[in-house]
Design a protein around this ligand. Structure first.
Ligand SMILES: Cc1cc2nc3c(=O)[nH]c(=O)nc-3n(C[C@H](O)[C@H](O)[C@H](O)COP(=O)(O)OP(=O)(O)OC[C@H]3O[C@@H](n4cnc5c(N)ncnc54)[C@H](O)[C@@H]3O)c2cc1C
Length: 434
């Protein structure tokens, strides 16, 4: 329906006897006269923009691009609805973004608003739930909820579809270098392989997405360690239904355990930690998880005593920020976790994903409309991302290092417990993280 001028130009170029393909040359599997060489999939379509990855960052970008009148193809290697190992905490900032991007209220309705948080550390506990009307003031606009990603991400994909994006299953194998008319995206779908010529690309493939060689930065000295977390779902959990539980006991540091409530006595339960080279992280993580969920001495034991696991736990790594990443290139923007936007203290990244995805979509739409989609025209997106998120990510990194000492955690807990404003401010902080 929405055909931009670029698509028309591309179609014209292809009508002119594969001029585009001929220009691309043999590197992309085309013979000099424009015919597709043997074994290479043909350029089957042209679109204004391909979005790689239909997580929160990709869906947000697709919504904004479609709203700007662009023809958008949102590709994901998974068939939706798909699960993504996560704590499922959709914080207040993320929820505000999801609404502004058009998520349907009916999809959120079963999941109730959180009232606050509960933090435990080495036998101490801090309940961060304001009880007075004054104390609740800082939370009056907070609508943080726990929504399983299998539901939330599907709801965001539907929002992108409603905005006009086309959603399709397909694994992007590579995004070719920039050329005068676009970039060639090689896709492997259930029906086979194809090449798509895209005027612009949003890279939103989450952890470890390296499909575009010109932005696939190797890990840099000074990058924070990666995170890894293991998450399971339980039924019959006795934890408070209106607050998120964080456990910062010394044996889980640097990292934490969590119990995040779901309807009808369900909960998302997990542990996360930092990856240290050569540590045997998978085994270490499983031990932490077993201790957190099964050991009678665990801070979670009082809530999980009668609980039953609903499915096997799943682990997933995290590209904790701040990372030195290339965020723009000619005809390409990077968003979400692929851009290293995950809080190094909390592991929260959904708000960053929605925010950066929406801004990436707007930046690319503007650039394509002006006919100037090279890196220089897209650089303001990268600059604004660094300006807005850099200080926050650095502060989280500092806090993560400071709080990896169990004595400091306990000191903080004991020092803040008697202060009445703590509940309001602590709850606001924790519910705004994701
Ligand atoms: C265990 C765990 C718990 C977490 N808990 C929270 C939490 O409670 N709250 C919070 O805010 N954050 C949390 N996070 C972080 C959060 O999950 C991520 O920051 C967030 O998912 C990033 O969103 P994204 O859209 O950038 O990437 P993703 O959500 O990872 O989506 C990327 C998508 O791209 C697709 N994809 C990847 N490569 C390709 C390809 N080549 N071709 C096609 N498709 C591709 C994937 O299938 C996927 O659907 C947690 C992370 C982990 C691991």
């Amino acid at each position: 329906m929405v055909h931009g001028t670029l698509v028309a130009r591309m179609a014209e170029a292809r009508r002119r006897g594969n001029v585009v393909a001929a220009d691309r040359g043999a590197a992309n599997g085309h013979t000099p006269d424009g015919r597709v060489s043997r074994g290479e999939p043909p350029v089957a379509e042209t679109v204004d923009v391909v979005v790689v990855g239909a997580g929160p960052a990709g869906s947000a970008a697709a919504v904004e691009l479609a709203r700007a009148g662009r023809e958008v193809l949102l590709l994901d290697r998974a068939a939706f609805p798909r699960d993504k190992p996560c704590g499922d905490l959709i914080g207040a900032r993320a929820m505000a973004w999801a609404r502004s991007l058009g998520i349907a209220e009916a999809d959120l309705a079963p999941y109730s608003r959180l009232a606050g948080a509960h933090v435990t550390a080495d036998g101490g506990a801090l309940d961060l739930v304001p009880v007075t009307a004054l104390g609740r003031m800082p939370l009056r606009r907070s609508d943080a909820r726990v929504v399983p990603r299998v539901v939330f991400d599907q709801a965001m994909v539907r929002a992108a579809e409603r905005a006009g994006a086309v959603v399709r299953q397909g694994t992007v194998r590579s995004v070719g270098p920039p050329e005068p008319e676009g970039r060639t995206v090689r896709v492997e779908g259930p029906g086979g392989g194809e090449e798509i010529l895209a005027g612009g690309v949003v890279l939103a493939g989450g952890y470890g997405c390296r499909v575009a060689a010109d932005v696939a930065t190797a890990p840099q000295a000074g990058d924070p360690p990666r995170g890894i977390a293991l998450r399971g779902y339980f039924g019959n959990v006795a934890a408070p239904p209106d607050r998120i539980v964080f456990s910062l006991d010394r044996w889980v540091l640097p990292g934490y355990g969590w119990i995040f409530p779901l309807p009808d006595g369900g909960a998302n339960v997990g542990v996360g930690t930092l990856v240290r080279p050569g540590e045997g992280e998978a085994e270490h993580l499983r031990e932490l998880y077993a201790r957190y969920t099964e050991d009678p001495a665990s801070p979670a034991a009082i809530w999980l005593a009668g609980a039953r696991p609903i499915q096997d736990p799943r682990s997933w790594p995290l590209d904790l920020g701040p990372r030195r990443r290339r965020l723009v290139a000619d005809r390409l923007v990077v968003a979400g976790e692929a851009a290293g936007l995950v809080g190094p203290l909390t592991g929260a990244g959904i708000a960053f994903a929605l925010d950066s995805g929406a801004h990436a979509g707007r930046a690319l739409a503007r650039a394509l409309a002006s006919g100037e989609a090279e890196a220089g025209a897209l650089r303001p997106y990268a600059v604004s991302l660094r300006r807005r998120f850099g200080p926050w990510l650095r502060a989280e990194l500092w806090a993560q290092r400071f709080l990896s000492d169990p004595n400091r955690v306990r000191l903080l807990l004991d020092a803040t417990r008697p202060l009445p404003p703590t509940a309001a401010l602590g709850a606001r902080l924790l519910l705004h993280l994701g």
